[in-house]
Design a binder for this molecule. Structure first.
Ligand SMILES: [Zn+2]
Length: 232
């Protein structure tokens, strides 16, 4: 990347792809990179919601599909990503968080990014995988507690309320959402593993995969991510 002394806020960063299971800490690190480099964090969930809210053609199409209880096709998701990445705020680079999810999407994305330059520079994407053991992920995710009244989220391990099982803001008794039950989380992690193991292999073979130990302290992880991006 940029020469020594260049400010991260004006640096040309290129495409950064974050891979990691739910609970691996992608979101936290993505936010820190957004702050450091002033580039956007792009998640398909956010783009999808935005299209639906703005009632774009893609958004209406997606909404009709979701209203039928079906999954939005790869084609629609990819079209939304392509349109998002052409926004001017992506000119120096961007962080993709949660996309691609499959090898098909990754292959499509490679084609798209091969055409793309960042302020005139061509840069290969950097892929960062946050590796966290299954047991650790279970511990992090099953610790989640939600306030039924205001939706505040706590974690009994990493972000406990001041008084056990009680919302700091309103004093309501916290509960475990059905999505956060052991069974639901175990299913989610296994499906992630099935989808993503091939994706990591795909990027490893291309030589673009950087694995970071996601069990370290969050600041140590941030340093590792910065190093990976800036030494590309
Ligand atoms: Zn509350």
């Amino acid at each position: 990347m940029g020469s020594a002394g260049a400010s991260p806020q004006t640096a040309v960063v290129g495409a950064v792809i974050f891979l990691g299971a739910p609970g691996a800490g992608k979101g936290t690190q993505a936010k820190r990179m957004v702050e450091r480099y002033g580039i956007p964090q792009i998640s398909t969930g956010d783009i999808l919601r935005e299209h639906v809210t703005r009632e774009t053609a893609l958004g209406m199409q997606a909404k009709a599909i979701m209203d039928r209880g079906e999954l939005v096709s790869d084609k629609i998701v990819c079209d939304m990503v392509a349109s998002r990445l052409s926004n001017p705020d992506c000119e120096r680079g961007f962080i993709l968080d949660g996309f691609p999810r499959t090898v098909d999407q990754a292959t499509w994305l490679d084609g798209l990014l091969a055409e793309k330059s960042y302020e005139g520079k061509q840069l290969a994407p950097v892929v960062v995988e946050f590796q966290v053991s299954y047991n650790k992920l279970m511990q992090r995710l099953t610790g989640r507690r939600t306030c039924p009244d205001d939706g505040s989220i706590y974690n009994v391990h990493s972000q406990p309320p001041r008084v056990a099982d009680t919302c700091d803001l309103c004093g309501a008794k916290l509960f475990t959402r059905k999505d956060d039950s052991d069974e639901a989380i175990s299913v989610r992690l296994k499906s992630y593993e099935q989808q993503t193991a091939p994706l990591a292999d795909y990027y490893r073979k291309k030589g673009s995969l950087h694995v970071i130990n996601g069990e370290q302290d969050a600041n140590a992880i941030t340093q590792a991510v910065i190093k990976t991006i800036e030494q590309r």
